[in-house]
Structure formats: structure tokens, C-alpha cells
Design a protein around this ligand. Structure first.
Ligand SMILES: Nc1ncnc2c1ncn2[C@@H]1O[C@H](COP(=O)(O)OP(=O)(O)OP(=O)(O)O)[C@@H](O)[C@H]1O
Ligand SMILES: O=P(O)(O)OC[C@H]1O[C@H](OP(=O)(O)OP(=O)(O)O)[C@H](O)[C@@H]1O
Length: 211
């Protein structure tokens, strides 16, 4: 493996997820003083701004890039962070992208739960184990609620925000595993080597989200 080039301690590398978090993340980081704008629609995956590089990633990869120090900091949902099992420093609750991870079934379903579909197998396993439910977990990638509707699973563990997906598909929330919002995550070594950049950013984000 080629060793990573030594990076200028005055330069920040940020891991941001494409998808629904990106626009709010860029807006908040700009308010906090970073010279960022929404990247133009293109196939470019790395975006350069004065003193800041933005890596555009899948949500699940943000904790990996930050934990392994390729990115100094990042923004990701608490749901993805919990599921990743990585213990990155998480100094600010950014309070957007609010939702909850819930156990969902068809309205009125009351049989045993033998199989659960989810994009969150680790969180689902912990929840089911804690309740002594020996269900099989099937890892799915999207439109998770379909697993309930088609009989692929007796229940699903998925995100709920407005509840409109549930209502449109005759589903109900049986239990809430946890609530989630977007978080700033920071690499612990970078917190020391890039202290001058990261400390003011953390402070400003705390002020902006009134913590
Ligand atoms: N309906 C929702 N309302 C509010 N926040 C949500 C909602 N759905 C997801 N989120 C939050 O936004 C994050 C990103 O969601 P998004 O839909 O962009 O991801 P995705 O496209 O499913 O992920 P992937 O990167 O795996 O393709 C989630 O991890 C969660 O924290
Ligand atoms: O309660 P609601 O406001 O309806 O939001 C919940 C829906 O939003 C997310 O799906 P998303 O739109 O990201 O699609 P996905 O299933 O492909 O991830 C989540 O997986 C739910 O399906």
C-alpha cells in the first residue's frame, strides 16, 4: 500500500454523504465559516474549496473514512453511526435530518416475528436479542417496507419521519429503537493535529445549534 501523503495541518478533509443530508450539511458548514458551496452535478467525487476538500460518500462510509483518518471530520446520521459500530468522537448534534428507527409491521399483525427485513442488521439484532426474539434478520438495501407487504418478512426495522410511507402502505410502528439526527464526527488524532481548524468549527456549530 502506498503511504498517504502528509497533509498540510491547515487543510481540512471532510467526509459528507450524498443524498438528503448533503445540502443541509453544506449550508450549515458554510454558516459556520467554511468556504463551501453545493458541488455542481457531475461525476466528480472529490471537491476542492479553499483550505477544504470534500469527499462525497455513501452514508455508511462516512464513519469509516473519519475513523481511519482519511477524513478529519464528517457529517452523518446517528442511525448510520450506531450501525457502523465505530467509536468516533461525536462532538455536535446538528439537529437536522431528524427521524427514528422503528419496528414496523402491517396494521393489525400479531403473529410471531420469525423474520425481520432491515438496512440496520446490527441495531435490529441488538433490539431483538434484548427482547429474547430469535428472529432471522435479512439485510436489505432500500424500500425496506416492501418486505412486510410481500411477506418476505414479518416485520421490518426502518426509519420513520413523517409516517407517510407507513400510512401509504397500511403499516404501523410497533416500537421505536432510537431517535436519530445528523452529527458532526471528528477523527481523534485530527483533533490534535488540526486543532486550530477543528476547535473553532466545533464551537461555531455548537453555537449555531444552540448547545
Ligand atoms: N425520511 C427521512 N426523514 C428525515 N431524515 C431521514 C429520512 N430518511 C433518512 N433520514 C436520515 O438521513 C440519512 C440519509 O438518508 P438518505 O435517504 O440520503 O440515505 P440513503 O440514500 O438511504 O443511503 P445510502 O447512502 O445507503 O444510499 C439517514 O441515515 C437518516 O439519518
Ligand atoms: O416517515 P416518512 O417521512 O415517510 O420517511 C420514511 C421513509 O424515508 C426513508 O426512505 P427513503 O425515502 O430514503 O428511501 P429508501 O427506502 O430507498 O432509503 C425511510 O427508509 C422510509 O422509507
Amino acid at each position: 500500500m502506498t503511504p498517504a501523503p502528509t497533509r498540510d495541518p491547515g487543510h481540512l478533509t471532510l467526509a459528507l454523504p450524498k443524498g438528503r443530508i448533503l445540502e443541509d450539511a453544506i449550508a450549515l458548514l458554510s454558516q459556520a465559516g467554511l468556504p463551501l458551496t453545493m458541488p455542481e452535478k457531475s461525476r466528480a467525487l472529490r471537491h476542492e474549496f479553499p483550505g477544504v476538500t470534500v469527499l462525497e460518500l455513501r452514508n455508511q462510509d462516512v464513519p469509516v473514512y473519519v475513523d481511519l483518518g482519511v477524513a478529519d471530520a464528517g457529517i452523518v446520521g446517528k442511525d448510520v453511526l450506531i450501525e457502523s459500530g465505530r467509536t468516533v468522537y461525536e462532538p455536535v448534534d446538528l439537529k437536522f435530518a431528524g427521524c427514528r428507527l422503528s419496528l414496523i409491521r402491517e396494521v393489525g399483525a400479531d403473529g410471531d416475528i420469525a423474520r425481520v427485513g432491515t438496512k440496520y442488521p446490527r441495531a435490529a439484532r441488538a433490539y431483538l436479542n434484548a427482547r429474547g426474539i430469535p428472529a432471522e434478520i435479512v439485510k436489505l438495501s432500500g424500500n425496506i417496507e416492501l418486505a412486510c407487504l410481500t411477506g418476505l418478512a414479518d416485520a421490518v426495522v426502518d426509519l420513520v419521519q413523517t409516517g407517510s410511507t407507513l400510512r401509504a402502505n397500511n403499516l404501523e410502528e410497533v416500537d421505536v429503537l432510537f431517535h436519530s439526527t445528523a452529527r458532526l464526527v471528528v477523527n481523534r488524532a485530527a483533533l490534535k493535529t488540526r486543532r486550530e481548524r477543528l476547535r473553532p468549527l466545533i464551537e461555531r456549530l455548537r453555537e449555531l445549534t444552540s448547545q
